[in-house]
Design a protein around this ligand. Structure first.
Ligand SMILES: NC(=O)c1ccc[n+]([C@@H]2O[C@H](COP(=O)([O-])OP(=O)(O)OC[C@H]3O[C@@H](n4cnc5c(N)ncnc54)[C@H](O)[C@@H]3O)[C@@H](O)[C@H]2O)c1
Length: 325
């Protein structure tokens, strides 16, 4: 199968491309390198540098490469940024996704996988969070994903587009060759490891007075290679119909537990300081991934935090400046 991967030069996209190629699929990456890195793109993938706001560029890529399926990772991705600059999200994220969907429709691409998010669940009534949980987006970012999910629903009903919406909780870890390198970095594990590398003085804990056992927020960490495998399973299952899954490990770790694990794995001191809570951070977010385990046999290979931390640390040690040469 030939798969066009938007955002395939970014963190999760590049590792999914790597896993698709390992699995024998043909891949075309479409990325504007806004956050992605040319060196993150697997050498066996075709690469198109293009922007999803440019409908003609998408049309040209689909006409030239004729993919059977699209995986759509490319997006603005930051909750906090979306609160400050909502139109990047309620505007660009949605219109870029719409451009891609219209082009896919016109070029007869009938399989589509969307990177969605745990930020759909700002006020969860049950923990762990399963797919029946009420959707309450926590930000314009979450709302942009919700609207794309709804578009896909209607394109399935009206046009027979088969889709999978995959709602990741905290993606983390690395493969041997690819890892996480964002500017600015906002994700907890790379930030902590940058402290271990001596690139930051300390790690800021956003609040230690939450109603959790140690007072810090609890999150579900899912290994990026396991996420990539979930995409491949979902892609193969699309012939049997569209589907939506929450993707996490089913276990929560507090911020302090993550820091302690990083200290153990790196053997380095990691100074911390406590700062004010971030507005809109729920105390606990843990996924139930029973549905994808049951329906597709998804079995995460790296569910434990130690392995996640070790693999991330190995990548950061080998690439202390990320992809920059
Ligand atoms: N990282 C997480 O924990 C997490 C959790 C939930 C959902 N997600 C979603 O997963 C997807 C991938 O996340 P990531 O962490 O790999 O992000 P990332 O920023 O590393 O990757 C996104 C990629 O998309 C590209 N891109 C952005 N806008 C583009 C545009 N207009 N045209 C073409 N390319 C464009 C960027 O250059 C980048 O390579 C995103 O949709 C994100 O919302 C991520």
């Amino acid at each position: 199968m030939k798969v066009l991967v938007t955002g395939g030069a970014g963190y999760i996209g590049s590792i999914t491309v790597e896993q698709l190629i390992k699995g024998g699929e043909e891949v075309v990456v479409f990325d504007n390198l806004y956050q992605g890195h040319r060196d993150a793109v697997h050498p066996d993938a075709a690469f198109v540098q293009g922007d999803l706001k440019d409908r003609a560029a998408i049309d040209a890529a689909l006409a030239a490469h004729k993919p059977d399926a699209i995986m759509h990772f490319a997006s603005y991705t930051l909750v906090g940024e979306s609160m400050q600059h909502p139109f990047m999200y309620l505007g660009d994220n949605i219109t870029n996704g719409l451009n891609l969907l219209q082009s896919a429709h016109e070029h007869g691409v009938k399989k589509f996988i969307l990177s969605s998010t745990a930020n759909l669940f700002d006020k969860p009534e049950r923990m762990p969070i399963d797919e029946n949980e009420r959707i309450v987006p926590g930000s314009p970012y979450g709302e942009s994903k919700n609207i794309l999910e709804r578009m896909l629903y209607w394109l399935d009903v009206t046009q027979g587009m088969r889709y999978a919406c995959l709602r990741y909780f905290n993606a983390c870890g690395a493969s041997e060759e690819r890892g996480e390198d964002h500017t600015p970095e906002t994700h907890i594990i790379p930030l902590i490891l940058q402290v271990a590398l001596g690139q930051r003085a300390d790690f800021a804990i956003f609040g230690d007075d939450y109603p959790t056992p140690d007072g810090t927020c609890v999150r579900d960490y899912v290994h990026v290679v396991d996420l990539a495998q979930a995409h491949i399973l979902a892609l193969r299952a699309l012939d049997d119909g569209s589907r939506t899954y929450n993707l996490g490990s089913g276990r929560g770790f507090s911020v302090k537990e993550v820091i302690d694990m990083a200290r153990e794995v790196t053997g380095r001191p990691i100074p911390t300081r406590v700062v004010a809570r971030r507005p809109g951070d729920p105390a606990v977010l843990v996924a139930s991934s029973d549905k994808i385990r049951r329906e597709l046999g998804w079995a995460p290979k790296y569910p434990d935090l130690r392995t996640i931390m070790e693999m991330a640390w190995n990548w950061h040690l080998s690439n202390p400046t990320g992809y920059a040469k």
